[in-house]
Design a protein around this ligand. Sequence first.
Ligand code: HEM
Ligand SMILES: *[C@@H]1O[C@H](CO)[C@@H](O)[C@H](O)[C@H]1NC(C)=O
Length: 316
Amino acid sequence: MASHTNFRLHAFVWLALATTAFSLSPKFYDKVCPQALPAIKKIVQAAVHRERRMGASLLRLHFHDCFVNGCDGSLLLDSTSTMDSEKNARGNFNSVRGFEVVDQIKAEVDRVCGRPVVSCADILAVAARDSVVALGGPSWKVRLGRRDSTTASRTLADTVLPSASMDLPALINNFKNQGLNQRDLVALSGGHTIGLSQCSIFRNRIYNATNIDPAFAKERRETCPRVGGNTNLASLDPTPARFDTAYFKNLVKKRGLLTSDQALFNGGSTDKLVETYSLNPDAFWDDFAKSMIKMGNIKPLTGKQGQIRVNCRKVN
Ligand code: HEM
Ligand SMILES: *[C@@H]1O[C@H](CO)[C@@H](O)[C@H](O)[C@H]1NC(C)=O
């Protein structure tokens, strides 16, 4: 009986240690470099002040990092003779941006900390949060302690990043493969309350879709011709520099810019949640923050795994 209890106690203590030692914590840099988080915030604020869109671009970087083999900074690695960068994947090429700001953050954080102790993967997670806050959205405690990968995979990025042409079942399945549910899908898609997209991405929808407000389609066609103008930009919602609920209000009016946006309000299982978020900023705020933490927990490298890169663009 006594040894039974003892065994259980041992098992419990071991489990508690195993899960705390190798899971992320908001306090990870509190002792080793308390200046790190304020330094990141300062640079993000300055970058967003210079160009509001940068907040959107930085949020997207964390998402595209986490979906490809976990939040491990793999997206930031440039190509080498033996490795093709994820920056060249279909969903990233000529589309993701903000790498210079990440470089600037990394240099400043390493300077204030006196040595490279903050991972590039953590920088992306914190910069995403600080960007959302800078554009008027919710805040949350970012769990930290991710380490950086020594590899990247363009081919994996090609298969796992969701595409703008996906319908609802495809989106649900895509997020499910990352351990994210329908609520996470709708809340995180709310990231499209900020930022822009290129004509080549939404052209098919504005010329061919039937689940679109005709006045909205007409307006978008003015700057996105059938032929040419591929890189012309349009905002993903009417207030692309403000983290608000306009994205969801817009979906209810069939004014989603991407096929994958309107798929969330198209007579399917996520309609109700879109409506809820459109009417209730607090509900969106809460769920967005929760789902960002959940996304940030996807397969991190921790403990002695990976490394802390000196330069986010290359392996040490
Ligand atoms: C649900 C599946 C998703 C799809 C299919 C998707 C697709 C896209 C596409 C096609 C663009 C425009 C790219 C371009 O025109 O170059 C874009 C932009 C953006 N996405 Fe997503 N996205 C998804 C989910 C998310 C999530 C989960 C987030 C963050 C939480 C996010 C954040 C952003 C932001 C902020 C932009 C604007 C970036 C900028 O202006 O630089 N997206 N997305
Ligand atoms: C509209 O759809 C047709 C048939 O799928 C396609 O051939 C055409 O290229 C599309 N038009 C645009 C502008 O995307």
